[in-house]
Design a protein around this ligand. Structure first.
Ligand code: TYM
Length: 344
């Protein structure tokens, strides 16, 4: 069966947007709107799997939608909306809760990392989170999802849920007139040097919204130019000069991270960056990276600030996006209800 090529991705408003979100996700979203139907969501229902101050949740929801637009998404060509405005996400996720197995969920490394020693005390929603994510994606029969590396395992689980649903209900799916599968087996799009941006203070950890070891570890999209430059100049490095080829970055995680960031921000390969900087020290590389980062991020930050100040316009964009998302989701959900045997 052929599915309409359709892209879906989302970011959760649980912390302030950072360079990892930009390079791993938002930047990948933009060119896809030229070639695909694209749906980009602010996944507010995911955010509340851990406690969010309601006012912060609202502010961050607007900020993410503004970042999408500031980075180059066009709300006319892409569907931009916040998840909780389309209730079908919650409805499908309940059905997926009954398709997914406890064992599958218990293997999710992100749950284990987040729950840590405290797994008795985290919300049930945090455990069920990947089935809501599968619902986000499959509600639109999305064929591909651009994400950073850390989401790969959740995408595998999405495929497992789609396969089990297609298999368990194959008789009803056929009766509804579908020749083969009801849900597509969604592809993960995660390529390039910036799919795994690391903390600036510890090359073994990913850059994250909740990095707590140091204020200097994460570059936020709304940081001003001085903060960006300061964080890059104080980033942890090793004492060696830069190598001339990518192979020379092996077992140098901090160096690999900074060169990867440079490559991504300048749209070059890692080898091309090293052709220019090989043999040079950090005293030459860091100021160049700081200038590059400021030149890319400052215009985005300024545009984000401008957009979030206009709540009326942001509300209008999100409502329009939600209406268009619902127009795709509602017929899919109507089919799902019939397939599982709900009376309407
Ligand atoms: P979230 O909100 O943690 O992150 C949003 C996006 O940013 C990417 N990302 C990174 N990429 C590179 N380096 C990093 N250090 C880094 N940190 C974050 C993530 O890979 C992601 O693409 N579960 C998802 C949100 C979600 C979703 C979905 C995504 C919910 N439903 C459906 C795609 C499709 C999450 O928590 O992402």
């Amino acid at each position: 069966m052929t599915f309409t090529p359709r892209i879906f991705s989302g970011i959760k408003p649980s912390g302030d947007l950072h360079l990892g979100n930009y390079l791993g996700a938002i930047r990948q979203f933009v060119p896809l709107q030229d070639t695909h139907e694209t749906i980009y969501c602010v996944v507010d229902m995911h955010a509340i799997t851990v406690w969010q101050e309601p006012e912060d949740l609202k502010r961050r929801t607007y900020e993410i939608a503004a970042a999408y637009i500031a980075a180059g998404l066009d709300p006319k060509r892409s569907i931009i909306f916040n998840q909780s405005q389309v209730m079908e996400h919650a409805e499908l996720s309940w059905i997926f809760n009954c398709v997914a197995r406890m064992g599958w969920m218990a293997r999710m490394t992100q749950f284990k990392d987040k729950a840590g020693e405290n797994s008795e005390n985290v919300s049930l929603g945090l455990f069920a989170y990947p089935s809501l994510m599968a619902a986000d994606i499959l509600l639109y029969k999305s064929t591909a999802v651009p994400v950073g590396e850390d989401q790969r395992q959740h995408l595998e689980l999405t495929r497992d849920i789609a396969k089990k649903f297609n298999h368990d209900f194959r008789k009803q799916i056929a009766e509804l007139g579908f020749e083969e599968d009801f849900f597509p087996i969604t592809e993960t799009l995660a390529t390039g040097p910036a799919m795994r941006v690391k903390s600036l203070k510890d090359g073994s950890k990913k850059m994250s919204k909740s990095e707590s070891t140091s204020d200097l570890a994460t570059i936020y999209l709304l940081d001003d130019a001085d903060a960006v430059a300061k964080k890059i100049k104080r980033a942890t490095t090793d004492p060696e000069p830069l190598p001339s080829e990518a192979a020379g970055l092996e077992s140098r995680p901090e160096a690999e991270n900074l060169v990867g960031i440079y490559a991504a921000l300048s749209n070059q390969s890692v080898d091309a960056v090293l052709a220019g900087f090989g043999g040079k020290g950090w005293g030459a590389f860091k100021p160049a990276l700081a200038d590059l980062a400021v030149s890319v991020l400052s215009p985005i930050a300024n545009e984000m600030q401008r957009l979030v100040a206009d709540r009326g316009e942001m509300d209008r964009i999100l409502r329009d996006g939600a209406d268009r998302a619902r127009a795709i989701a509602a017929p899919v959900m109507a089919d799902v209800r019939q397939i599982v045997g709900f009376i309407r």
